[in-house]
Structure formats: structure tokens, C-alpha cells
Design a protein around this ligand. Structure first.
Ligand code: DLL
Length: 441
């Protein structure tokens, strides 16, 4: 199975997606001023925060004035649980999504009908940008429910007239059977789950029956190496898309068929990059990058000012040949809270993935276990060997992986080579790090 040729560049809404920058900037300012006024009038939480720093809606005269506004954090939104951050009465809210709440109180987000219509429009843009057409049969393997992945993608696919298979996550053999029986041409899910499905396809021996041509992956960080592996294994053209429930869900930014960064839907979101340590604007946004901070410009039910995403990325310079004028962001390199400090060296899980996937014979499944041995932190990377590696090769393979990782991460790493298919597979977002260190006192 070969990766299909690049799909053609089509644009869902050229008037918005290719809007001249000057026009876009005027629209953004008008929308920002409106949203700031709205939250100040209607959300006591924002009124209190703005009063505390002495900013009034009238102080926002240019986009740069946004820096006068306070940040919003996940904890702030948790504190508004469940509906205190809403700017409209409940009778105007037609849907609620929420984060899983596995790491604390869930964050709850509401949508008016107009919010859902805008979200659907942004998803239609995303799906068209990735090359989906009305002729496609689209299998959605994101969970449906409070998670925004399933329902968010669902309505966009319907809007562009393609066929949705609302399979949801899990039951992996059944997923593959559906792919064969229903002739799915597009797979939508997390990259780690797509990788798992590619293994099931091999195990079931049905590669010849798979008709996938596009893969739209998002919801978690993944590397270019992972993209190449997925394209090869699934025979798809793979694009990335980014979003977060706090500001809407998927659809905040997406790659087009140029595969060169994700266009931000700037008519609906204002994106800033800041230095995560100081909160000041990033000094080198196109080089070193920074933490993505997002302000919603059009959300009605729960507008959010300067939300600190914790996602680290860069803005990409230059224009995209596709014709869209929206500024592009790089892949998310990591979340600032995923950073491990091992013996004084900063390590991100994505660096491990990037390096591992360059070693032949290594399966794209890994887990990082961090422990404290005495006063020192130890990092052990669990890596699966592919079936082809004989037991006798294990020692040499282990040493090779440790050497390659050490050279790239600049910290000593233990490697444990584990049996093929023995690491846990994700049906949603992969858990890459198991941190067994005691919590700080
Ligand atoms: O994951 C929304 C989504 C669903 C996006 C499906 C794309 C596709 P949350 O569960 O609130 O929402 O998680 C948001 O996931 O802050 C990032 O850390 C991470 N994330 C989402 N998309 C990407 C991506 C959805 N393409 C959090 N690359 C975000 C890297 C991503 N990380």
C-alpha cells in the first residue's frame, strides 16, 4: 500500500480563510473589543479580574492592548465549575462539553446554537483543508461524549456533505472490520490510536481491503517521524489539527495539504505566544517560540480571555502556497507541564519519540518511566522491539537505543526492551510518561 498522491488544495470559505490581513486585523479588533465588553458586563469572574488590574473595556484600543488583560488558567475555569464562567443564561446554552477531569475538577464549556454553528463552519474548513470531499467515507474514531473530538468532527463532516461513520473510540478489531466493510476512505482520531489500529490491520491480515486515503490526526502531540510512520503503515496522507475544549475543541488550527504548519482560524481566535516563565510576549516567536495563549473572539456562551494553553509551539514565517492568509503555528512540540527535569536537564516526551523512531527495528510504542534513586532522578525508556529482532540481538539493540537517546537528550537514559505488543495501547490520548517520583514536599 503506497501513500496516495497529495490531495488537491480546496478552500471551504475563501472570503474568510483568504481575507486580506488588513481587513482581518480590523475585524479582530472589533471582535476583541466586543468580547471584552461582554465579559466585563456579564461574567463576574472577569469583571473582578479586570477590576483587580484596573482595566476597563474602553482601554482596549489596539490588539496590542490585549497585554493589559489578565490571563485565564485551567484552575480559573475549574473555579467557575460548572456554569459560573458562562456569559449567557442557561436557556441559551444548547450543549455542554467538559474535560475529563482526571487531573482534578473538570472544566465545563457551554455552547449557544450560534457557537455550534461557528464550530461546525470551522470544522468544515478544517476537513476541506485536509482534502476531504463529499465523496469520502469518514470514520471518526474519537470518543463521542463530553470530549470534543467526536461530536466536533462529526458536524463538520456532515456540513461538507461527506459520509460520517460515527464509530467513536475503542473496540479496535471492530474498527478495522468497519474500515473494510464500509470502505472508509478517511480516518479521524488521535495519532497514537491510529498507530494501534495500523497494528490491528496487520494482525488481522486485511491490509489489502483497506481503502483509507486520508488521516486527520490531533488531540495530542506527535512528531514528523510519527507522521511518516503513520502515512506508510496506513497508506494515508496525514494532516495535523489542533484545538482545546476550553476555547472550543478541535478547529482552532489545522494543516492544509501543504503539510507545512497549522493555519489558525484567526477570525475567531487571537493567538499570542508568551514566555511561559515570565508571562511576557515571546521574544523570538518564529524561532524559539513560546506558550500559546488564546482569546476567543466570537464565542458567546463562554468567552475566554488570554487562556494559557501550556502548549509550546512557534509561529511559522512566510505565506503558505495554498492561499490562506491565516498565520500558521508549528506542531505543538510539547506541553510545558510535560517537561521532565532529569538531573538538571529538560526533557520532553516528544524528543524521545523523535529519536526513537529513527532507530530501525523499534516499534512506534514507548513509555517513559521516571523514578528517584536516592537523590537522583532516573529515566527509563521502555521500548518495543519489532517482531524481526531476535532475542540474541536484544543487548546490542538496547545499547544502541540508549546511545542514540543519550546523544540526543544529553542525559543518561536506561532502556528496557520489551516484548512486541506488550506496552499499553491507547484508544484516545496516549500516556507516555509514568512519573513514579514522590511528590515534592
Ligand atoms: O483534544 C481537542 C481536539 C480534539 C483537538 C480532536 C484536535 C482533535 P482537550 O481534550 O481539551 O481538547 O485537550 C486539549 O490537547 O491543550 C494540547 O495539549 C493537546 N492537543 C490537541 N490537539 C493537539 C495537536 C482536544 N494537534 C489539549 N498537537 C491541548 C498537539 C494537541 N497537542
Amino acid at each position: 500500500m503506497n501513500v496516495t498522491t497529495q490531495p488537491e488544495n480546496r478552500i471551504w470559505n475563501p472570503a474568510c480563510e483568504c481575507m486580506p490581513r488588513k481587513e482581518l486585523e480590523a475585524l479582530q479588533l472589533e471582535r476583541l473589543q466586543r468580547v471584552v465588553r461582554t465579559v466585563w458586563q456579564r461574567v463576574p469572574y472577569y469583571r473582578a479580574k479586570m477590576d483587580a488590574v484596573g482595566v476597563m473595556p474602553g482601554d482596549i484600543r489596539t490588539m496590542q492592548d490585549i497585554a493589559k488583560l489578565p490571563f485565564t488558567t485551567k484552575n480559573d475555569l475549574r473555579g467557575c465549575f460548572p456554569y459560573n464562567g458562562f456569559a449567557v443564561p442557561m436557556e441559551e446554552v444548547v450543549r455542554v462539553h467538559a474535560s475529563s477531569g482526571t487531573t482534578g475538577q473538570a472544566t465545563v464549556v457551554g455552547y449557544t446554537q450560534a457557537d455550534l454553528d461557528k464550530w461546525t463552519e470551522l470544522m468544515a474548513r478544517l476537513h476541506t483543508a485536509a482534502g476531504i470531499t463529499a465523496r469520502d467515507i469518514v470514520q471518526i474514531s474519537f470518543g463521542y461524549g463530553f470530549f470534543t473530538g467526536g461530536l466536533g468532527h462529526h458536524y463538520g463532516i456532515e456540513k461538507i456533505g461527506a459520509t460520517v461513520l460515527p464509530v467513536s473510540a475503542g473496540k479496535s478489531e471492530r474498527q478495522v472490520q468497519i474500515m473494510c466493510d464500509y470502505g472508509s476512505t478517511v480516518l479521524i482520531g488521535t495519532p497514537s490510536y491510529a498507530m494501534y489500529l495500523s497494528e490491528i490491520i496487520e494482525q488481522m491480515g486485511v491490509r489489502d481491503q483497506i481503502q483509507l486515503r486520508l488521516g486527520l490526526f490531533g488531540g495530542e502531540a506527535w512528531t514528523e517521524q510519527m507522521r511518516r510512520a503513520l502515512q506508510k503503515r496506513l497508506g494515508v496522507f496525514a494532516t495535523d489539527n489542533y484545538g482545546l475544549s476550553e476555547v472550543m475543541g478541535p478547529g482552532v488550527s489545522c494543516e492544509c495539504v501543504e503539510q507545512n504548519g497549522m493555519h489558525i482560524a484567526e477570525d475567531h481566535f487571537w493567538a499570542e505566544l508568551i514566555d511561559p516563565a515570565t508571562g511576557e510576549p515571546a521574544t523570538d516567536p518564529e524561532g524559539k517560540g513560546g506558550e500559546m495563549v488564546i482569546t476567543t473572539l466570537t464565542k458567546e456562551a463562554i468567552p475566554v480571555l488570554r487562556y494559557r494553553t501550556r502548549d509550546l509551539c512557534r509561529f511559522l514565517p512566510g505565506e503558505c502556497p495554498c492561499g490562506r492568509t491565516g498565520r500558521r503555528m508549528s506542531k505543538v512540540a510539547a506541553r510545558s507541564d510535560d517537561m521532565l527535569i532529569i538531573r538538571g536537564v529538560n526533557v520532553y516526551p516528544q524528543q524521545v519519540e523523535e529519536t526513537l523512531l529513527t532507530v530501525e527495528g523499534v516499534a512506534p510504542h514507548y513509555q517513559i518511566v521516571v523514578r528517584r534513586e536516592g537523590v537522583l532522578d532516573e529515566m527509563e525508556v521502555h521500548v518495543e522491539a519489532t517482531e524481526g529482532i531476535r532475542m540474541g540481538d536484544h543487548q546490542a539493540m538496547k545499547q544502541k537505543i540508549a546511545r542514540v537517546l543519550q546523544n540526543s537528550l544529553l542525559v543518561s537514559v536506561k532502556v528496557r526492551l520489551v516484548e512486541p505488543n506488550s506496552l499499553p495501547r491507547s484508544e484516545g490520548k496516549a500516556v507516555r510518561v509514568i512519573d513514579q517520583r514522590p511528590p515534592p514536599p
